[in-house]
Structure formats: structure tokens, C-alpha cells
Design a protein around this ligand. Structure first.
Ligand SMILES: C[S@@+](CC[C@H](N)C(=O)[O-])C[C@H]1O[C@@H](n2cnc3c(N)ncnc32)[C@H](O)[C@@H]1O
Length: 196
């Protein structure tokens, strides 16, 4: 699966990796930074999403679409689309450009707007990648959790580098008998929850 990116997709990903690296050191304001996952995290997410049970693949927090491309690899393998939600119109524009240049538009549905007000129509979620503002993790978990199918996965980013920020969501999931959870030390730390 990892070998299935076109040269155009790899070119766009390299550009985004470079921009993300520069963002972290050149004083770009937080609201404009890409704040992407690492390549290894993307590979890990693609493996998990490809092997999730039948159902929807969703992402909360698209930014310029780097993580979405990894999830789209899995979506293509499964013969479906990943739905990705992004609040910031400028990031939506960059993401559209990413998906077009990478030739991955057929495997992605970008949904602009606030996930908190867009989640009502979702059901049968097999895989959710949660990567928005950390204060939103707990409300997002509460909206997503009842919609996840048996054996489905919810993966939350920044479980190590922003542990305190996402602790309310982690504590909620860990205390809930319907979920098996653990933190995997890859990238910024991925908190993986499987619906029992
Ligand atoms: C950490 S970045 C996502 C990085 C992206 N997943 C990647 O690795 O390429 C977080 C993104 O979540 C978006 N966001 C924040 N609140 C949101 C909300 N309520 N609904 C949808 N997107 C939101 C932000 O605009 C930002 O682009």
C-alpha cells in the first residue's frame, strides 16, 4: 500500500513536509502552521484504517491534507472515500489543492466547517482520526463514540506531547468498558481506542 502513491502525490507530500518543518522554526503564527503528523504516523494510520472493520473512515482536522493522503491510501484499498472535516477556509483551500495535485480526489470527501455541528449525520464509523484543537477532543469523543461500529478504532494524536490537553478525553475512554485503549509511542503519541 505504501508504494501506491503517484510521483505527483509524493511531490506534494514532500512540499508539505518541508513547509511543516519550516513552520515550526520560522515564527509562523500557530493558526497558520500546518501542524502535521509525521510520515511514520501516517503509515501507521494507513495500516490501521486499511484493516478497520466495514464502515466509514473519518478525520477531524484536515489542515493542508497531509494526514488525509495517508488515510486515502487505505480508503482506496477499501474501495471507499475518507471523510475529512476542516474548520479553517484557508486550510480547506490548501487541502483541495493537495488532493487535486496528488490525484487522490476520488478517495476523499472534504467537509468544510465545524465538526461539532456536522457530526449528526454520521453513523457506522469504522475508523476516526482525531487531530483538531486539544480542547475539542473530549466533546468530539462524546459525539463519535456512540457512532463507532464494534471493532472500530478511534485514534487521537498528541497523546504524549500534549498529554495534559487531551487527558479529559483519555480518562473518559479509559473509564468506559466499551473501549480498549493504549498509547503508542509513535510520532507525537497516538492514543488508540478500539470499540469492544
Ligand atoms: C493539528 S491540525 C491537523 C493536521 C492534519 N491532521 C495533518 O496531520 O496533516 C488541526 C486542524 O484542525 C482544524 N480544526 C480545529 N477545530 C476544528 C473543528 N471544530 N472542526 C474541524 N476542524 C477543526 C484546524 O483548523 C487545523 O487545521
Amino acid at each position: 500500500m505504501f508504494r501506491n502513491f503517484s510521483s505527483q502525490a509524493l511531490e506534494r507530500m514532500a512540499l508539505l513536509e518541508n513547509q511543516d518543518r519550516m513552520d515550526r522554526t520560522d515564527g509562523t503564527p500557530r493558526s497558520r502552521r500546518l501542524r502535521q503528523i509525521s510520515k511514520e504516523t501516517g503509515q501507521f494510520l494507513a495500516l490501521l484504517a486499511a484493516n478497520a472493520p466495514s464502515g466509514e473512515l473519518i478525520e477531524i482536522g484536515t489542515s493542508a491534507g497531509y494526514s488525509t493522503l495517508w488515510l486515502a491510501l487505505a480508503a482506496r484499498e477499501r474501495g471507499q472515500r475518507v471523510k475529512t472535516f476542516e474548520l479553517d477556509p484557508e486550510k480547506c483551500e490548501m487541502a483541495r489543492e493537495t488532493f487535486r495535485l496528488a490525484g487522490m480526489e476520488d478517495f476523499i470527501e472534504l467537509i468544510p466547517g465545524d465538526f461539532l455541528s456536522l457530526s449528526a449525520s454520521l453513523s457506522g464509523i469504522a475508523f476516526c482520526f482525531l487531530d483538531a484543537e486539544k480542547s475539542l477532543y473530549d466533546p468530539c469523543f462524546q459525539l463519535v463514540a456512540p457512532r463507532v461500529v464494534k471493532g472500530g478504532l478511534l485514534v487521537a494524536d498528541n497523546a504524549i506531547d500534549q498529554y495534559e490537553g487531551i487527558k479529559p478525553m483519555m480518562d473518559r475512554a479509559l473509564a468506559d468498558e466499551q473501549w480498549d485503549c493504549l498509547t503508542v509511542p509513535i510520532g507525537n503519541g497516538e492514543f488508540i481506542c478500539r470499540r469492544t
